[in-house]
Design a protein around this ligand. Structure first.
Ligand SMILES: [Zn+2]
Length: 222
């Protein structure tokens, strides 16, 4: 049996939409050799594989409802019990509410979460980032107001029309940020009260932010 000298690494990553959370989560998981567990990806996989919770989740979504905290926790519980998560994991997209945070802590035990990272980017910055995005409606190539196609607004790749997604309008972004403030900020604050939160400035060079996150986790855990 292979032995490991390092303690488990069990991380949560928080951040507003547009804070670069997904990118940093993937990099951190790779760095520490733990699975990157994205609840969005997981939900789709559970439905595809037809697990017990996956089937329940599918029924709920097919009926046009949101998946409940209980079902989400069931999915997380199944996932954390997989062999690849034995030495740790990184959760991305969960918990989203205070209740989910408390449920997760009940599942893992008080010592079962090592650190929660919060990528802090001011609301106006993410609104600017997201609302300036443009995308080719044919091939999905990404552009922005700052980096438009050569011939506005025709895709350099395929000649398709480059437009703004409905989800990316300033109003849509502000609505999602309001939900984050209302539902997710309380769980971030709760992890801070537990002494488990580290906040990192999410504005700046991506690689430097990755380095800062890695050294934070390393100093805290090893
Ligand atoms: Zn295109």
């Amino acid at each position: 049996m292979e032995s490991t000298t390092r303690p488990p690494v069990r991380l949560l990553v928080f951040g507003r939409q547009g804070a670069g959370k997904g990118t940093q989560a993937v990099r951190l998981a790779e760095q520490f050799g733990v699975p990157h567990i994205s609840t969005g990806d997981m939900l789709r996989a559970a439905v595809r594989e037809g697990t017990e919770f996956g089937q329940r989740a599918k029924e709920i979504m097919d009926a046009g409802h949101l998946v409940s905290d209980e079902v989400m926790l069931g999915l997380i519980s199944e996932r954390l019990a997989q062999p690849d998560a034995v030495n740790g994991w990184l959760l991305d997209g969960f918990p989203r509410t205070l209740q989910q945070g408390k449920d997760l802590m009940a599942l893992t035990g008080a010592d079962g979460i090592d650190l929660a990272l919060d990528l802090d980017v001011a609301e106006d910055v993410v609104v600017e980032r997201i609302s300036s995005r443009r995308v080719c409606s044919s091939c999905g190539a990404n552009y922005s107001v700052q980096v438009p196609p050569t011939s506005p607004w025709t895709c350099d790749v395929c000649g398709g029309e480059v437009t703004q997604r409905d989800d990316d309008t300033e109003q849509a972004v502000r609505e999602r940020l309001a939900t984050y403030l209302l539902q997710t900020i309380p769980v971030v604050k709760w992890f801070e009260e537990q002494g488990l939160l580290a906040t990192v400035d999410g504005v700046g060079d991506r690689d430097e932010i990755t380095e800062e996150l890695i050294s934070l986790v390393t100093n805290r855990l090893f």
